[in-house]
Design a protein around this ligand. Sequence first.
Ligand SMILES: C[S@@+](CC[C@H](N)C(=O)[O-])C[C@H]1O[C@@H](n2cnc3c(N)ncnc32)[C@H](O)[C@@H]1O
Length: 280
Amino acid sequence: MQTPDFRLNRRTALGLIGTALSVPTALPVWAQESRRPRLDVPYVPTPQDVVDRMLDMAKVTSSDFVMDLGCGDGRMLVTAARKFGASGFGVDINPDRILEANDNAKTAGVADKISFEVRNLFSTPIEKASVLTMYLLPDVNLQLRPRILKEMKPGSRVVSHAFTMGDWETDQRAQVGVRDIYFWIVPAQVEGKWTVREGNDTYALDLKQTYQKFDGLATVNGAVAKVTGGQLIGDRISFTVEPANGRHRIFVGKVDGGKMSVDTASATDVARDWSATRAN
Ligand SMILES: C[S@@+](CC[C@H](N)C(=O)[O-])C[C@H]1O[C@@H](n2cnc3c(N)ncnc32)[C@H](O)[C@@H]1O
């Protein structure tokens, strides 16, 4: 995996931002100041080829509800609605941007599918989004990260132009020219204690999760075993239970809130008939 060059992107973004922040001179300075909302991120639009790639990476379809936090002129949602028939909602703290976004939606004939509102992104609920798009700044992404993991449904997708989400590893990344795009799938939350039943065996699991990966310990018929290679792709889960002296078992399944159950099983050491419930 390549190391992202934040400096390049930050410099590129911030360089563009300097131009973007220049204000019209028709109004006296005091009037400009009073009209200007305090921005946590300056306005720099995402180039259209990057917008297209971001939506392709998220595999947006007509059943998606796409949200763009800090939506600018609305191009992300206008494209999602026009190309893929998606619906969506965008917020921007600058009323001028929302006027432009609404105009652009009307011009593109998608105003029935998407809407825009003057709102602070930090107080905008995001649980409805099946896809979240962002072109913000690293510290803003980090502030949003716990909310993304808590509020968005497992399997929802997040795409960010230019900036990562700290130590949350990407599920995919791409480059369009000098622009980086980062993509994540929101994992189910499985940290904690679980009781797994497989036939006559009962496993007590204690799992430690780091984003889409986890490991931990299992007690199987009184003996301690390791839980290794735990992985989550949205609500799809897989992990291995490895007793010190015994055959390992592979669990593949689906997480649904406080329950897990078997999904597919093919190899001989894959548990075929199992389910689990939260134990704490
Ligand atoms: C870098 S631009 C991205 C615009 C658009 N998403 C795109 O990719 O073309 C960031 C946008 O965030 C908006 N913004 C800044 N702080 C905000 C806040 N606290 N709440 C909502 N929008 C904000 C700015 O007005 C600006 O339009």
